[in-house]
Unconditional design. Structure first.
Length: 301
């Protein structure tokens, strides 16, 4: 990714998904002390370690951080008086969030069925499971989780909630397993995997936030190309890493549309996403499903 983004001394990085700051720190070393880094994350708990990991680099750029959803990153960047030369979004959750039992993102440990990345959100996964009509629950699990047994799972959840409140990850995992019945034994992955993913995407409105980020990128790119005020610099490089085909489809389509409409100004996007090598996938199993797409507002992909 570093090679594709080509960070240069004095440039500004806006990292929409700071996480623990791994990517930002790697880029920061190339920006040097005259560069700037704006770290954004919906999870305020991640911003302190992310800021430290950038600051601790030798010759670190100036760093500031804002706890917010990247759906509003355009306004935040403008408010901070910055213009992004490099824009990064590494979607989803960080390893510490997944490992935190209180978040309820994983079926590996019993925990409250929460799943919020942003603690200020009001609705949890338990609220969705308790309130959605069977049909809507089935659609959600099918569309966001691409779960073929979504209807059976929704039926089992609705049956169960008549007699017990479904409030923990262990309950949800058990009920999904029951809905799978004998098919659980032949399932390659834990039967609850897709249902958990669907609920996490819904609780955090992950596709809605991504659409709003892409709207901001499109607007910023058009303004930058017409020499109007923009939160993106005219030579901005944008990198989005997604882990889900629904996300990747949104990114691919929008990057292509932007590159096409600004073709005469030199905008480009790579035809194919960059995927993890065998070696990377072995070291970091989550990277197996990662797809990196780059949009360059001016030149050479
Ligand atoms: C995969 S991690 C990022 C890891 C980071 N690139 C690193 O190197 O450590 C994703 C991060 O994005 C954050 N996040 C997810 N959705 C977000 C959103 N809509 N707005 C802002 N941050 C978001 C999560 O809280 C999490 O910290």
């Amino acid at each position: 990714m570093l090679g594709a983004l080509d960070p240069k001394p004095g440039e500004t990085l806006v990292d929409c998904t700071a996480g623990l700051g791994g990517h930002a720190a790697a880029i920061a070393t190339r920006l040097g002390p005259t560069g700037q880094v704006l770290l954004v994350d919906v999870d305020p708990a991640n911003l302190a370690p992310a800021t430290d990991s950038v600051r601790l680099r030798s010759g670190a750029p100036q760093v500031r951080s804002v706890a917010a959803n990247f759906a509003s990153v355009e306004a935040i960047t403008a408010r901070e008086g910055l213009r992004a030369d490099l824009l990064l979004a590494d979607l989803g959750f960080s390893s510490n969030q997944m490992a935190d039992p209180l978040r309820g993102l994983s079926f590996a440990a019993d925990a409250p069925l929460d799943m919020r990345l942003d603690p200020s959100l009001s609705g949890t996964a338990a609220d969705l499971v308790a309130a959605l009509p069977e049909r809507s629950l089935a659609d959600l699990i099918f569309e966001l989780g691409e779960e073929p047994l979504a209807r059976r799972i929704a039926k089992r959840l609705v049956e169960a909630r008549r007699t017990e409140a479904i409030t923990t990850t262990a309950q949800l995992a058990r009920l999904v397993r029951e809905a799978y019945g004998s098919r659980a034994a032949s399932s390659r992955m834990n039967p609850a995997t897709r249902t958990f993913m669907a609920l996490r995407i819904a609780v955090n409105d992950e596709l809605g936030a991504l659409e709003r980020l892409l709207d901001s990128i499109e607007r910023g790119a058009a303004n930058a190309a017409s020499d109007r005020e923009s939160w993106l610099s005219p030579a901005c490089r944008v990198a989005i890493i997604s882990f889900h085909s629904l996300e990747d489809r949104l990114v691919k389509r929008r990057f292509r549309a932007i590159a096409k409409s600004l073709e005469t100004r030199g905008a480009e996007t790579s035809r194919k996403p960059v995927e993890a090598s065998e070696e990377e996938s072995r070291g970091n199993p989550r990277s197996r499903s990662a797809k990196l797409r780059i949009l360059r507002l001016r030149g050479r992909c």
